[in-house]
Design a protein around this ligand. Structure first.
Ligand SMILES: NC(=O)c1ccc[n+]([C@@H]2O[C@H](COP(=O)([O-])OP(=O)(O)OC[C@H]3O[C@@H](n4cnc5c(N)ncnc54)[C@H](OP(=O)(O)O)[C@@H]3O)[C@@H](O)[C@H]2O)c1
Length: 228
């Protein structure tokens, strides 16, 4: 059975990707920090539910072995934590450290394809600026999170060829966990938001985009915008 490994499989994007992968007949290694908290994920025989830490290269290597592709669906904090506590506890290097651990761990495991998720704040607006610099589109209080995400994306470029074949999918402002899949999405260059960056996308449709990319790789070593 062809297998993918999903880091953050218990989160919103991770659950949607896992469900779509199972629907298509993949096996999934579902990496979570605490398997007891995500026991339901392991009920399907095709799911290998394992404990892991995406910031640790040895853990990445041990959990990714045997997969054809890895999906990074990890966030260092939930929206509720961000809304209540702000970003005082956010490690600004979280996504950069994660990029390093993934690159080293996946190389050790022999996995050469990586799909990551970005933040809409990193998209460009039509006038050439960044969404993150537009207070009407992105709350300035969330800038530490945008910088941390940007540092993660930059790290892939800084590592030159010492990365797996990666692609980052950047969603629009509203990724909706409740919305049913429409069964469609569009992908375009992240350097220019293809449409309103404040648009909506169901997590289920984001998962379609990611699994289509696993099955038919079209983008390499770049960030792309995915919209509804
Ligand atoms: N509009 C946008 O641009 C937008 C909107 C939403 C999300 N995003 C991005 O999409 C990605 C996924 O977001 P999401 O909404 O799915 O997040 P989420 O629902 O908060 O889930 C994040 C998951 O990350 C896991 N995690 C945290 N630290 C970890 C570690 N060290 N090792 C392994 N797993 C760890 C958590 O695991 P536990 O279950 O163990 O706590 C959690 O399940 C993030 O990069 C986020 O910034 C972008």
């Amino acid at each position: 059975m062809t297998r993918i490994v999903v880091f953050g499989a218990g989160g919103r994007a991770g659950r949607a990707v896992t469900a779509e992968a199972l629907r298509r007949g993949f096996g999934v290694t579902a990496v979570v920090r605490d398997p007891l908290r995500h026991a339901a994920l392991g009920e399907r025989a095709e799911v290998r539910l394992v404990r892991g830490d995406i910031t640790d290269a040895a853990s990445v290597a041990g959990t990714a072995r045997g997969a054809v592709a890895a999906v990074h669906a990890v966030s260092p904090m939930t929206e509720t934590e961000a809304a209540t506590a702000g970003f005082t506890r956010l490690d600004p290097a979280f996504f950069a450290r994660t990029a390093d651990a993934l690159c080293e761990g996946l190389a050790a495991a022999g996995v050469d394809r990586l799909l990551t998720l970005g933040l809409f704040a990193l998209l460009r607006t039509a006038d050439g600026g960044y969404v993150r610099d537009r207070a009407d589109l992105f709350p300035p209080a969330y800038l530490p999170f945008a910088r941390a995400h940007q540092a993660g994306l930059d790290r892939f470029a800084e590592r030159g060829g010492h990365t797996p074949d990666w692609v980052q999918f950047v969603p629009p402002a509203h990724l909706d966990p409740e919305a049913p899949a429409r069964g469609t999405y569009r992908v375009g260059p992240a350097a220019r938001a293809p449409e309103d960056p404040a648009g909506r996308l169901a997590y289920a449709d984001l998962a379609l985009a990611l699994l289509d990319e696993v099955e038919r790789p079209a983008y390499h070593r770049q960030a792309v915008a995915v919209t509804g």
